[in-house]
Design a protein around this ligand. Structure first.
Ligand code: FES
Ligand SMILES: [Fe+2]
Length: 438
């Protein structure tokens, strides 16, 4: 910062809370997050820039459950979506059949391997391959083959779409690309029990999405959303004044914990934040309407049915007036945040060691006034501006890391969630690498 305040102020209201670490189990037996990373906070630069390391992480994405979509993306019978898992070279077709069942398949035609669906979403009960018009049902069955007499002995059952393991939990669709997943989805999400059941996402009917291909490693983006240490410096022009104040200048979390391979924490707010005359548009948007992370100003015209969330039980965050949002990282690549007036989430899809597809989604209640609707658009745009600051910084971070000038980075006590993220990934790929080949 030009004024140097971010680097010189040492006052803080409370110590950084203890970060509770537990073992985790991805189906291959319980293991500990890498102890050296957890204790020292040192993480090798190679883990962000090395191609071999990336290939190991990509292999991990082929074995664990992946939060890939919202169940509402296929809300009605016949709805279908296509989602790439690029680091596995897989295109996933997710359908909701006439029977209401949600299924996942590889988006590949069993005739000659053509990409079956070229669009990202639609509604229909049959999928016709663009190449020679083989047609499949939403249950994956091969329904028809033009000029079938030219395929004597065709085994239509064996020519069905190739299924992918799928499960639904708390409104999100998870897939597992392994032929035989090492654990059930229930076992995978078990450490998150109680952290999602009260989330108001299901009450939020309004959604906004954004995303981009970011030229940096996926873990850098995840880490940027895993600590508030950078708020005061990097976000001095955006969200800093809403979170940093004299009582907690460096935005220490109110609470955090490891939840198996996942983790959760509660971010704090500036209870003294006041809308500024210098920002009349923000002032107009947020006066008597929704601020996604701010509970300090009373909301006068919001729906009380969805405006009651103050964090998942049974976490004790201390003074509720300081609570901004609960943040859940669902291993390996998804972060879901829940505030009083909205939720937002990120999916960080690895592309290469130097590239990530970032997808963000925002959830709001149905506005009951134009002012509320404007506030939601403003909140999304304001959050986007903040994320542009993150993403731009991470791109520069990736580039500078590639110089080779330093061989490790160091996470401090306020970056324990980053330590945990790095430690879990390291242990997970080491464990996966040590398994006998199937
Ligand atoms: S490749 Fe699909 S019908 Fe030929
Ligand atoms: Fe940030």
């Amino acid at each position: 910062m030009a004024d140097g305040k971010a680097g010189t102020e040492t006052a803080r209201a409370a110590p950084v809370p203890h970060f509770h670490v537990t073992s985790f189990d991805l189906g291959h037996g319980p293991v500990e997050p890498d102890p050296a990373v957890m204790q020292s906070g040192h993480v090798s630069v190679a883990s962000y820039v090395d191609h071999e390391r990336f290939e190991k992480e990509a292999a991990l994405f082929g074995t664990v459950w992946l939060n890939i979509a919202d169940e509402s993306d296929v809300a009605k019978p016949g709805d279908w979506i296509v989602r790439p898992v690029a680091c596995r070279n897989v295109s996933v077709l997710i359908t909701r059949g006439a029977d209401g069942v949600v299924r996942a398949f590889h988006n590949i035609c069993t005739h000659r391997g053509m990409q079956l669906l070229w669009e990202e979403s639609g509604n229909g009960s049959r999928f016709t391959c663009p190449y020679h018009a083989w047609t499949f049902g939403s249950d994956g069955a091969l329904r028809s083959v033009p000029d079938q007499d030219c395929f004597p002995g065709l085994d239509k059952d064996a020519s069905a779409l190739r299924p992918i393991h799928l499960g639904i939990w708390e409104g999100f669709i998870y897939i597992n690309l392994a032929p035989q997943p090492a654990q059930t989805l229930e076992a995978f999400v078990a450490p998150l029990a109680g952290r999602f059941q009260d989330l108001p996402i299901k009450h939020f009917s309004r959604q906004a999405t954004m995303g981009a291909r970011i030229k940096c490693n996926w873990k850098l983006l995840l880490e940027a959303q895993s600590e508030s240490y950078h708020i005061r410096a990097l976000h001095a022009r955006t969200v800093s004044s809403m979170m940093s104040y004299s009582g907690n200048p460096f935005c220490h979390p109110l609470y955090w914990e490891a939840l198996g391979p996942h983790r959760s924490w509660s971010t704090s707010i500036n209870p003294q934040f006041e809308l500024s005359d210098a920002r009349p548009v923000q002032q107009f948007a947020f006066t008597a309407s929704a601020q996604i992370i701010t509970t300090a100003n009373p909301l006068e015209d919001t729906d009380s049915a969805v405006n009651g969330f103050r964090g998942s039980e049974p976490i004790d965050r201390g003074d509720p007036a300081l609570w901004a949002a609960d943040n859940m990282i669902v291993f390996p690549h998804v972060q879901i945040n829940a505030g009083a007036n909205g939720c937002w989430m990120h999916r960080f899809w690895p592309i290469s060691e130097n590239e990530t597809d970032w997808q963000a989604r925002y959830y709001y209640y149905e506005p009951v006034s134009l002012r509320q609707e404007f506030a939601q658009h403003y909140a999304t745009a304001f959050n986007r501006d903040t994320l542009v600051e993150d993403n731009n910084a991470c791109t520069r971070q990736q580039n500078s890391m590639k110089s080779g000038a330093i061989d490790h980075i160091q996470f401090g006590m306020q970056e324990m969630a980053c330590r945990h993220s790095a430690a879990v990934v390291k242990t997970a790929i080491d464990q996966l690498h040590s398994l006998p080949l199937a």
